[in-house]
Design a protein around this ligand. Sequence first.
Ligand code: PLP
Length: 450
Amino acid sequence: MQQSGQSTAQKQEKNHSHHLHPFSDNGALKEEGARIIESAQGVYLYDSDGNQILDGMAGLWCVNIGYGRQELVEAACHQMKELPYYNTFFKTTHNPAIQLAEKLAEITPEHMNHVFFTGSGSECNDTVLRMVRHYWATKDQPAKQVIISRENAYHGSTVAGASLGGMKPMHKQGGLPIPGIVHIQQPYWFGEGGDLSPEAFGLKAAQALDEKILELGEDKVAAFIAEPIQGAGGVIVPPSTYWPEIKRILNKYDILLVVDEVICGFGRTGEWFGSDYYGLKPDLMPMAKGMSSGYLPIGGVMVSDRVASVVQAGGDFNHGFTYSGHPTAAAVALENIKILQNENIIEKAKTETGPYLQKRWAELADHPLVGETRGVGMVAALEITNNKEARTRFDDEGTAGTICRDFCFKNGLVMRAVGDTMIISPPLIISHAEIDELVTKAQKCLDLTM
Ligand code: PLP
């Protein structure tokens, strides 16, 4: 209460004195001051100066059902009164974990019927690393250790997550990646496609997987991990040839497919999972974010029958988290999934909201600064360029994106910049009028950036 009587500047000063932020230049915050978000409703955030801001990123790609849903508050409150916390270690469970596991088995692809609960997407990918190696060791193939990932992928911020990810600035801090993880080319046509058509480039990027498997030896490779659409890397929608070729290559070899659904899961593409959208059959499927629409931290690795039967036969799996299957978070996730189902939110994202968003977003391609627009369902990107034909960048690459992002925030829109790629991933419940507002503001901020 005392805090709310303070000015924004006073709060920023206190914040800078005591709070180190993730993925931020903490030194610069002394001058700039952190943005203070105080409340939210629907698709809108409200900051400490009373400004209304359209959240074009659904927080961090997670608030799929939008802000302010009382049902989730009540689910948390009810569960906290009943059993606020208990663990799922040492052969123990509780009702919310049982019910959520059953619900996840119902909504995920048919061959996936078990979940290993975590507290976040990063913990999911730590679990993936441990579980795929445990799987091969249990099958008497302990040499199968290497996981192939992609440059510029994002799989989290823990040591394993950041190593599986392919973000060079993250690798630089902390001597990553850890051994046994290698990266191949990403299917990023706008940036790396050169003179090839998107289709030809998609094939080439997929064939990098075959080349890497042959270089390492099939008997050394445990798994391939990929996001259906690379999110934090810049909403990289792969060319249509990419996933079919990856599937063909993986079918040739005895290698597990891990599809990281932390962003694409729970409706982002207009299907329940990105795997549904691209017709993939994952062996493991990390999920988080949209599982609870971000209201409480929870994640889980969905495990195929093929892998689960080996894990079940493999004795102790010496891995887990205090908050694996946290009952209050699980109760909130269940309520969130109920809302997604009862209100047909994902179906609408496929047939109404997504097509409208993509139609309006594509109009931005006419802007002189925009070299490409792309997107699927409720996620989209545009590329800022100084030459539409040559697909080149301004000299100080990344500056235009930062300028545009800052104009957006000042004009009441959260749009994220990944270098000179501008990205959006709004709550799935955004209305057509709110999409119009988003596109109008994006257009205005591109104009201001010129
Ligand atoms: N995997 C993907 C595809 C992500 O986008 C993220 C986060 O953005 C993660 C994993 C890590 O999730 P968390 O931040 O919950 O640890």
